[in-house]
Ligand binder design. Structure first.
Ligand code: ADP
Ligand code: MG
Length: 324
């Protein structure tokens, strides 16, 4: 007999073998959770929805779906400079597919454990496969990384490398070819993004603005520009690429197009006043990813992409827009 809704929740989501946070007074199992934020900290809250067939293919590896569903939320907290603490999970399933749930929850919990995040509640219903996660983190309000603080003269930087996820997606759609020895690295960059939590925390009090790159660098940077009522010059020939990306994308034009126009990288794009440049790169020495300066904020609105010889780079299409 198929398990009941409550049995599914108990089996796959109420996992007491994972670290239980002391600030969770009451977790899964009641009508609501009771949570206690530390004094002096502000709650940062974010929610994201993943729909099968839109955000991931119906036959996607459930473990990767569990990882990514949580990772995209933690990435938003990273972009706020917040330390993640609690998450809730609402899930609609076409049927009580236990092998699927088992693998999904394995991917979810492995990442939750890495960042000491506790699942404190949720909802489980029948319906087209949809996952919505809400994540809560802590950050002192005065140090939170917002989109509206960039000033002319601030340098624009990015963590890690760009374009890997876009390249991996293009490969699964048959638009690009990836050699076998690069496949697993690029596949993981698309399906198992690593939220830049420690980087976001380091950027507190240092970055004047930040955003996570989920829809493509050009589009996401434009959000900072709009919010900050500023413009930017982006050096398209100084974007950071992984070794795997460079090996697959020897054509520089394709590389730039993927790096600024494709989404899913989940890196942080942020601005820093030039007086903090040295401090930033000293901090970035101990990061597990690169930190690259890719442009500068200007007072004239708009995003201007420049090649190193000073000429303008024109790109055809922006990032992903669900309603475009
Ligand atoms: P209610 O009807 O009061 O909303 P539910 O029957 O939906 O309660 O859920 C019972 C308990 O299980 C609640 O504490 C809820 O937060 C939790 N829960 C339900 N689904 C999930 C899930 N997918 N992940 C985590 N907790 C869940
Ligand atoms: Mg409910």
């Amino acid at each position: 007999m198929a398990a009941s809704e409550f049995e599914l929740i108990r089996r796959y989501f109420e996992q007491t073998r994972f670290p239980q946070r002391p600030d969770v007074i009451l977790g899964i199992g009641d009508d609501g959770a009771l949570l206690e934020a530390p004094p002096g900290q502000t709650l940062a809250v974010t929610v994201d929805m993943l729909v099968a067939g839109v955000h991931f293919p119906l036959d996607a590896d459930p473990e990767a779906v569990g990882h990514k569903a949580l990772a995209v939320n933690l990435s938003d907290l990273a972009a706020m400079g917040a330390v993640p603490a609690w998450v809730t999970l609402a899930i609609a399933l076409p049927e009580p597919d236990e092998p699927w749930l088992q693998r999904f929850s394995r991917g979810f919990y492995a990442l939750a454990e890495r960042f000491q995040v506790q699942l404190v509640g949720g909802d489980t219903t029948r319906g087209p496969l949809t996952i919505s996660i809400q994540a809560h983190g802590f950050v002192p309000a005065s140090e939170a990384l917002r989109r509206d603080g960039a000033h002319p003269g601030d340098i624009i930087c990015v963590t890690g490398t760009l374009g890997d996820a876009g390249l991996a997606l293009a490969a699964t759609q048959g638009r690009m070819a990836i050699p076998d020895d690069r496949e697993s690295y690029l596949h993981d960059r698309l399906h198992r993004p690593s939220p830049r939590i420690p980087q976001g925390i380091d950027l507190r009090g240092l970055a004047s603005s930040a955003i996570d790159v989920s829809d493509g660098l050009a589009q996401d940077l434009s959000h900072i520009l709009e919010r900050s009522r500023a413009g930017a010059r982006l050096y398209v020939e100084r974007l950071p690429y992984s070794a795997a990306f460079s090996a697959c994308c020897q054509d520089i034009e394709t590389a730039i197009r993927l790096a600024i126009g494709s989404g899913d990288d989940y890196e942080l794009c942020f601005t820093v006043p030039p007086k903090h440049r040295e401090r930033l790169f000293a901090l970035a020495e101990r990061w597990d990813c690169r930190c690259t300066e890719i442009g500068v904020i200007e007072s004239e609105p708009g995003l201007r992409c420049r090649r190193d010889d000073g000429t303008t780079y024109r790109f055809a299409r922006g990032g992903y827009d669900h309603f475009a």
